[in-house]
Design a protein around this ligand. Structure first.
Ligand code: HEC
Length: 218
C-alpha cells in the first residue's frame, strides 16, 4: 500500500514539475521581445495542464485505491478487496489517507519543491460545504470564484494580486466522481452538523481545486 502511495506521489510531483517547467518556459519566452514569433503557452492553458494532472491523480487514487479498501472511515465496504481503512486518523490507525488528505500531502510536497526552485506556485482544495476549516473560501477572489463554480459547474479563471505579486488563478469544480465521495461526505458528523440540508449526489460540485500561477512580467 505504501508503495502505491509513494508511486502516486512521485508521479504527481514529477508531472507538476513538468507542467511548471512548460509554463515558466512559456512565460519567459513570451517576454523575450524578439522579432521572431516564439512558441509560447498562455497561463490559461498552462493552468489547464496542471489541473489535468491533479484531477487525474485525485480520481485514480479514489477509484483504484480508496474504493478497493475494505473499510471507509469506520464503515465496512462490501465490495472492498484490500484489508485496510481510509480514515482521517490514518497515521494513528495504520490506514491510508482520505482523498482530500492525499491531495494536501501532494500540495505540501509541491509547495516545498516550488520554494526550492523560487517559484511561488500553490494549489489547494476549497469548498462552500467544507469539513476542514482550512478549506473555507477565504479571499474575495476565492469567495467569488467558488460562488461562480457552484453556479455554472465550469472553471473560473482570473488574474489577481496577492501581497504585490501577480498571479493567474483558476478554480476548477471538484465533482462527486465516485459513490464513495457522496456517501462519506453526506454521513460525516461535521458535515451533518454544519450543513444538514446539503445532500450531495453523483456529479455534484462538492468544492473546487484552486491553482495559483505566479506571473513574472518583463
Ligand atoms: C471516506 C471519507 C471520504 C471520501 C471517500 C471522500 N472524502 Fe472528501 N473529505 C473527507 C474529509 C473527512 C475531509 C476533510 C479532511 C481534511 O482535509 O482534513 C474531506 C475534504 C474534502 C474537500 C475539501 C473541503 C472540505 O470538506 O474540507 C472536498 C472538496 C472533498 N473532500 C471532495 C471529495 C470528493 C470529490 C471525493 C471523491 C473523489 C471525496 N471528497 C472523497 C471525507 C471523504
Amino acid at each position: 500500500m505504501n508503495n502505491v502511495i509513494t508511486r502516486l506521489k512521485t508521479k504527481t510531483v514529477g508531472l507538476i514539475a513538468l507542467a511548471i517547467t512548460i509554463c515558466f518556459t512559456a512565460i519567459a519566452c513570451s517576454g523575450g521581445g524578439s522579432t521572431q514569433a516564439t512558441p509560447g503557452i498562455s497561463p490559461e492553458v498552462a493552468v489547464d495542464y496542471v489541473h489535468t494532472v491533479l484531477l487525474a491523480d485525485r480520481t485514480a487514487y479514489t477509484k483504484h485505491v480508496v474504493n478497493r479498501l475494505k473499510k471507509l472511515e469506520g464503515k465496512d465496504k462490501a465490495d472492498g478487496v484490500i484489508p485496510a481503512e481510509a480514515t482521517e486518523g490514518w497515521e494513528e490507525a495504520g490506514g491510508v489517507p482520505l482523498p482530500a488528505q492525499m491531495f494536501r500531502l501532494g500540495s505540501e510536497v509541491a509547495a516545498e519543491t516550488a520554494d526550492e526552485k523560487g517559484i511561488g506556485f500553490t494549489y489547494n482544495l476549497i469548498s462552500t460545504w467544507n469539513i476542514n476549516d482550512s478549506h473555507a473560501p477565504k479571499s474575495e477572489f476565492e469567495k467569488k470564484a467558488m460562488e461562480e463554480v457552484n453556479k455554472t459547474g465550469e472553471p473560473y479563471k482570473e488574474y489577481q494580486e496577492i501581497g504585490g505579486q501577480k498571479y493567474f488563478s483558476a478554480l476548477y469544480p471538484d465533482k462527486a466522481v465516485s459513490e464513495a465521495c457522496v456517501t462519506c461526505h453526506n454521513t460525516h458528523p461535521v458535515h451533518l452538523e454544519r450543513f444538514p440540508d446539503k445532500v450531495f449526489k453523483m456529479d455534484d460540485v462538492m468544492g473546487g481545486i484552486i491553482i495559483n500561477l505566479p506571473i513574472t512580467e518583463s
